[in-house]
Design a protein around this ligand. Structure first.
Ligand code: SAM
Length: 269
């Protein structure tokens, strides 16, 4: 482990301590909406769908097929496309949503019932499978779910997972900025899980906040990933469009609802 990695790790431990110190337990939350989320939705409950999706993860973890990936990670700037090679097993370990977080998103969606949903960052399709399972259970076929992935090979691979479970997802192979520049739709829920830089996160937020229906929400992954993600999250939580922001450490969720007083919670659940 080099010096920069050790410094980042130390920063994350310090941030976690600050988060934990200032976070509220359910006993100190007076908003009924947030209290219900904290008591009924956030606590971990394994789901039947989760068990099925996790069987695929086990398979992928032993899959050593090498694939060529256009790297759209932090630092990507539309001009340079770096090519990297990784096995399915390596991608599953490093980038795919873990079961606990996948099931949390699944429960959030089942509780909030968005009908039109957008995901930025399909990768192998693990979060997409959790999201689509929840949408299918609530709305049957009467929902729209779009998931974007820049890397062609990952986009192709993600079809296997969603087809395996008969899930309806519109998987689109496109850089996020290209899709957002042409966007003419609105959504009830959005999950932003790619390009963890300050500039990109702020850019996506300012574009997407105008495409969230009243009462809708945006989930940001990894808001304590690094200093720049935390800076982006702090700015987003303060934005005039945001009425309620929930800092769950792993995720940040903002709600956009007209005529509502502004509130912010750090929640340890
Ligand atoms: C952390 S992974 C997503 C994980 C996935 N949501 C899950 O939970 O299983 C982020 C993905 O976003 C894609 N990505 C990152 N920046 C992008 C960009 N600017 N345009 C398109 N795709 C991008 C990456 O290729 C990567 O597959």
């Amino acid at each position: 482990m080099n010096f920069l990695k050790i410094r980042l790790l130390a920063w994350r431990i310090y941030q976690f301590f600050i988060f934990w110190w200032f976070s509220k337990s359910k006993w100190r939350i007076h908003s009924p909406f947030v209290y219900e989320l904290v008591t009924k939705v956030f606590p971990h409950i394994p789901s039947i769908n989760g068990q099925e999706i996790e069987k695929v993860r086990k398979e992928y973890l032993t899959n050593h097929q090498l694939i060529e990936i256009h790297d759209f990670g932090a630092g990507f700037n539309n001009q340079k496309k770096k090519i990297i090679y990784k096995t399915i097993s390596q991608i599953t370990k490093s980038s795919a949503r873990k079961q606990k977080e996948g099931e949390l998103i699944y429960r959030i969606i089942k509780h909030l019932k968005p009908q039109k949903f957008l995901e930025l960052g399909t990768n192998l399709g693990f979060s997409a499978a959790y999201i689509a399972s929840a949408l299918k259970e609530i709305h049957n076929h009467n929902y729209q779910f779009i998931s974007l992935e820049g890397s062609e090979s990952l986009h192709q691979y993600s079809k296997l997972l969603t087809q395996n479970f008969n899930l309806e997802v519109e998987l689109i192979n496109i850089p996020f900025d290209d899709y957002l520049s042409e966007l003419n739709k609105t959504f009830d829920g959005i999950f932003i899980d790619g390009n963890h830089t300050y500039e990109a996160t702020i850019r996506y937020f300012h574009k997407l906040k105008n495409h969230v229906n009243d009462g809708g929400f945006i989930i940001f992954d990894d808001i304590y990933w690094n200093h720049s993600m935390k800076k982006a999250w702090n700015e987003i939580a303060k934005d005039g469009y945001v009425t309620l922001s929930l800092d769950l450490y792993d995720f940040g969720i903002v709600f956009i609802k007209k005529n509502q007083a502004k509130e912010h919670f750090k929640i340890w659940y």
